[in-house]
Ligand binder design. Structure first.
Ligand code: SF4
Length: 451
């Protein structure tokens, strides 16, 4: 019997790429390949790239160089997809055998069979209809839209993923109902900007017009009204589209978890204007106040870019003050890096030094440590419901018996998306359990299983 061909996937960046990887797996499986976690033994290596920052792209260049050296010793196919700017696509064309738009992956088996180098374009199939090969048996990402129309000046996504395209609500409901029937406990609705879900469909000029009449709040409200024991999350939101209707639906809670990721990017309205973010700090704070009025205990996280073109020290300090004022319990802080072809790369100079960006990132991280710890402290002594999702073995010395014993430490998240760890049996993975919180750090909570 001949050995099955294997593939290894390198998935970079956000949850959207992770979700896309599950669809790419389905396609590769259908082409007769089998997944491996051993990069060296793979017959095909696929990359889902992230063009949002330069660092992941640099990693792809160096990995591709290594894979091309391996090709001198054994047959190997390399494939590039995901978020790739045209600039990088051209430069990487010689380094990869196949470069394919994620929307065109249904054409991949034909390309592999023909065994030829090809940049496929526009096969016009809706790749989100491909049934994903879910990584988990109890939590799933469900993309509800792809692409973005916002054109934030620093961002590569509108160029790599194209304009917003929403899935029909019927298709989304079918996928989620199927997952819930199988016992899934957590559903995360995904999109570059989930708040503008349905805008393309409701726009009568759009080729997708009429597929559904639903807005994002209506979609959420519908899923939230279903029976069952599951949590519902969504990411990512844009402050401009954070409507009163959406806040009202979030306040229904039930399946909808008390967690909001609302990227602010900067605490200064002039910088936000240069970033083409379409809102002011006053608007952002007014939206957050409304959210907190309706859901006082909500967990809040954000994205922040430091060292954006021309960001003065005073403008940076506005961001620091905003962080203190809001008291985020998590923030993803990144240093600005220009992406070729984006508005900012064309119009502005990347004039803040690396050293200064690093200093600013560190400064904000120190604020985050304080605000996150303060929020986490609120859980101490309380019991919180946790979806157990992993195990890490921790060896501890049990001196009384003289034996070293290995203890299972389980990890999971509560509704507020906090990382929680506690001792327990690995059979609990995929289950909801109650955990009494005993201590907190800025990044996690420790607790004891309530039996
Ligand atoms: S909203 Fe802005 S940052 Fe988010 S994907 Fe769209 S362009 Fe990029």
């Amino acid at each position: 019997m001949s050995k099955k061909l294997t593939y290894y996937l390198l998935v970079m960046g956000c949850q959207m790429n992770e979700s896309d990887a599950e669809r790419l797996e389905t396609i590769l499986n259908s082409a007769g390949y089998q997944k491996t976690n051993n990069e060296k033994e793979a017959d095909l290596i696929g990359v889902l790239a992230c063009a949002v920052r330069q660092a992941p792209m640099d990693r792809i260049y160096s990995r591709a160089h290594k894979w091309n050296l391996w090709k001198e010793k054994k047959p190997l196919i390399t494939l590039l997809s995901g978020c790739v700017l045209q600039y990088d696509q051209k430069k990487l064309a010689k380094k990869f055998d196949i470069i394919i738009d994620i929307k065109d992956i249904s054409g991949l088996p034909a390309i592999l069979n023909e065994n030829k180098k090809k940049i496929e374009q526009n096969t016009n199939t809706n790749y989100l209809q491909i049934a994903p090969n879910y990584e988990s048996t109890f939590k799933a990402y469900v993309p509800i839209m792809t692409g973005c129309n916002k054109f934030c000046s620093y961002c590569a996504v509108p160029y790599t993923r194209g304009p917003e395209i929403s899935r029909s609500s019927v298709e989304i409901f079918t996928e989620i109902k199927d997952l819930l029937r199988k016992g899934y406990k957590e559903i995360t609705l995904l999109g570059q900007n989930v708040n503008s879900y349905g805008n393309d469909i409701n726009d009568l000029r759009s080729p997708h017009a009429g597929k559904t009449e639903m807005s994002f709040p209506e979609l959420l409200h519908e899923i939230n009204s279903w029976d069952g024991d599951f949590w519902l999350r969504f990411t990512t939101s844009h402050p401009y589209d954070m409507s009163d209707e959406l806040i009202a639906v979030m306040a229904e809670q039930k399946h909808l978890a008390e967690y909001l990721h609302l990227p602010v990017q900067s605490g200064n309205s002039e910088v936000l204007k240069k970033m083409n973010r379409h809102y002011t700090i006053e608007h952002y704070l007014e939206r957050l106040e409304k959210v907190r009025q309706r859901i006082p205990e909500i967990a809040l996280s954000t994205d922040i870019i430091v060292g954006f073109c021309g960001e003065t020290n005073q403008q940076f300090m506005d961001t620091a003050r905003l962080m203190e004022q809001v008291g985020y319990d998590m923030a993803y802080i990144s240093q600005y890096s220009p992406r070729p072809g984006t508005g900012a790369a064309r119009a502005f100079q990347d004039d803040i030094s690396r050293k200064e960006k690093k200093i600013r990132e560190k400064y904000l991280t120190e604020i985050l440590k304080k605000t996150a710890k303060k929020y986490h402290n609120k859980f101490i002594g309380k019991t919180t419901k946790v979806l157990v999702d992993n195990i890490k073995n921790q060896t501890s010395d049990v001196r009384s018996s003289g034996h070293r014993m290995s203890e299972n430490i389980l990890t999971g998240k509560n509704r507020e998306f906090k990382n929680i760890q506690f001792k327990g049996n690995k059979k609990l993975i995929g289950q909801f359990v109650d955990v009494k919180i005993t201590s907190a750090t800025p990044w996690a909570l420790d607790g004891k299983l309530v039996e």
